[in-house]
Design a protein around this ligand. Structure first.
Ligand SMILES: CC(C)(COP(=O)(O)OP(=O)(O)OC[C@H]1O[C@@H](n2cnc3c(N)ncnc32)[C@H](O)[C@@H]1OP(=O)(O)O)[C@@H](O)C(=O)NCCC(=O)NCCS
Length: 380
C-alpha cells in the first residue's frame, strides 16, 4: 500500500493552491504585505477600518471614502433580536467560537442579499461589510448573554475596536485600550492561504455562499494550531504562574515533546512579522495594568524556545498577554481574531469566486485492495 507519491505534501506544505493579489509573506525579510502595503505601516499609521477597506476594495480609501465606509459599517452594527435569543438558548458552556459559528450561520437568511447568486460580486461585497460590522456585536453580546448580563447595543459613533470594548464592558473604552485592540485587528486581518482562509475558499469553490464560507472558517480558526493558540498561550502563561517557574516549565515541556502554543509557524523561518508590534503593545499594556509579570514570563519563554528549538513567537503569543493586560476574558481572544480575519476571509472568497474552480485534491489510497463482498451470514 503506497503512502508516498511524487506530489504528496503532508499538510499541503509548499503546495500552490491559487493565485492571489491580497497578501504576501516575504519569508526572508519577515515582511507581510496587504495589497502591497507593509502591515507594519498599516498598524502604526493606519486603522482597522482602513485595512478592512483596503482588503475588500483593493486600494486605501480617501478620507471621504473612509468616512462613507464608516457610516456604512455603523449602519450595519445591529443584529436582529432573534440572534440574541439564539445566544440565550445556547448552553452556557459553549465556547464563544461555537456561539459565533452558530450566530453567523443564523444571520445569513436575514441578509438583504440572501437570495443573490453566490457569485454576485457586488452582493458579496455588501455581505462582507455587513458581517464585518456585526462580528464585534456577536462576540461581545454573546459573552454578555452567556454571563447573564443585559445586551449593550452598538454605538454608531464608535469604530469597530471601540464598539467591541464598549459592548463587552458597558463603558466607553480609554484610548490606549481601543487603539491596542485596533492595532491587533490590523495585524490579524489577513495572512495568505492559512487554514481558515483556505477552508473559506474551499467552501465557496462549490458555489456555496460566503456566510457558509465564514462558518467553515470560524470552525477552522478555533483550533489550537491556528487561532486557538492565543487562548492556549495565555492558559500556559497562567499555568507557569511565576517568573522563576518559566524556564523549568518550558524545558520540561520540551523534554516531554509538548508543543508550546504561540511558537513556530509554517511559513516564517526567522520571525513572525507581526509579533514585534504585538509584543510592544503587550508590554505597554502590561506596564499600564501594573502587572508586568506576564511580559517577563513571556520573555523567558521566548529566550528558552530560541535556545532549545530555534523557534520564535508568532503573533498569538504576545497577543495573549496584551489582551490579558487589557482585561479581555481569555475565551474571547480567538473571537477577536475572527472579528478581524473576517475581512481577509471575505476578500479571499470574493477573489476565489472571480475565477473559480471547485477545490478537489486527490488522496493516496492506503486501504484494502479489491476484495469479494461477504454475505452477512458468512461473516465471523
Ligand atoms: C504553527 C505550527 C502549527 C506549524 O506547524 P508545521 O509547519 O506543521 O510544523 P511542525 O508542527 O511539523 O513542526 C516542525 C518541528 O518544529 C517543532 N515545533 C513547531 N512548533 C513548535 C512549538 N510551538 N513548540 C514546540 N515544538 C514545535 C515540532 O515539534 C517539529 O519538531 P520535530 O521535527 O523535531 O518533530 C506549529 O509551529 C505549532 O503547532 N505551533 C503552536 C501552535 C501555534 O502557535 N499556532 C499559531 C500559528 S500562527
Amino acid at each position: 500500500m503506497a503512502t508516498t507519491a511524487p506530489n504528496y505534501s503532508p499538510g499541503l506544505e509548499g503546495v500552490i493552491a491559487g493565485i492571489s493579489t491580497i497578501s504576501d509573506i516575504d519569508v526572508e525579510a519577515s515582511r507581510l504585505i496587504y495589497r502591497g502595503y507593509d502591515v507594519h505601516e498599516l498598524a502604526k499609521q493606519g486603522s482597522f477600518e482602513e485595512t478592512a477597506y483596503l482588503l475588500l476594495h483593493g486600494t486605501l480609501p480617501t478620507q471621504t471614502e473612509l468616512d462613507h465606509f464608516h457610516q456604512t459599517l455603523a449602519g450595519e452594527y445591529e443584529v436582529p433580536d432573534y440572534i440574541y435569543d439564539i445566544f440565550r438558548a445556547t448552553p452556557k458552556n459553549a465556547h464563544p467560537m461555537d456561539q459565533l459559528k452558530v450566530a453567523v450561520g443564523a444571520l445569513a437568511p436575514s441578509d438583504p442579499d440572501y437570495s443573490a447568486s453566490p457569485t454576485d460580486r457586488d452582493a458579496n461585497l455588501r455581505k462582507a461589510v455587513r458581517m464585518t460590522a456585526k462580528m464585534g456585536n456577536l462576540v461581545a453580546n454573546g459573552w454578555r448573554i452567556a454571563h447573564d448580563q443585559e445586551v449593550v447595543k452598538p454605538d454608531g459613533s464608535l469604530n469597530i475596536a471601540q464598539n467591541f470594548l464598549y459592548m463587552l464592558n458597558g463603558t466607553k473604552p480609554e484610548e490606549f485600550a481601543w487603539k491596542a485592540i485596533d492595532t491587533s485587528l490590523v495585524l490579524y486581518a489577513e495572512h495568505g492561504f492559512n487554514a481558515s482562509t483556505f477552508a473559506a475558499r474551499v467552501t465557496v469553490s462549490s458555489l456555496s455562499d460566503i456566510y457558509s464560507g465564514v462558518v467553515s472558517a470560524i470552525g477552522t480558526l478555533k483550533g489550537n494550531l491556528h487561532g486557538g493558540a492565543n487562548e492556549k498561550a495565555m492558559e500556559m502563561l497562567m499555568e507557569i504562574g511565576s517568573v522563576e517557574n518559566a524556564e523549568p516549565f518550558i524545558r520540561d515541556a520540551l523534554t516531554h515533546k509538548k508543543k508550546i502554543m504561540g511558537f513556530g509557524h509554517r511559513e516564517y523561518r526567522i520571525s513572525d512579522s507581526r509579533a514585534g508590534i504585538m509584543g510592544e503593545l503587550g508590554k505597554e499594556a502590561a506596564r499600564r495594568s501594573g502587572n508586568e509579570k506576564w511580559a517577563e514570563i513571556a520573555d523567558i519563554c521566548e529566550r528558552v524556545m530560541k535556545e532549545e528549538k530555534n523557534l520564535f513567537p508568532n503573533v498569538d503569543f504576545p497577543a495573549a498577554y496584551a489582551y490579558y493586560s487589557l482585561g479581555v476574558p481569555i475565551p474571547l481572544y480567538t473571537p477577536i481574531f475572527a472579528i478581524s480575519r473576517i475581512t481577509g476571509w471575505c476578500a479571499n472568497m470574493i477573489e476565489q469566486l472571480d475565477d473559480n474552480r471547485i477545490m478537489r485534491p486527490k488522496s493516496i489510497y492506503a486501504g484494502e485492495s479489491l476484495r469479494d463482498y461477504v454475505p452477512i451470514a458468512n461473516r465471523h
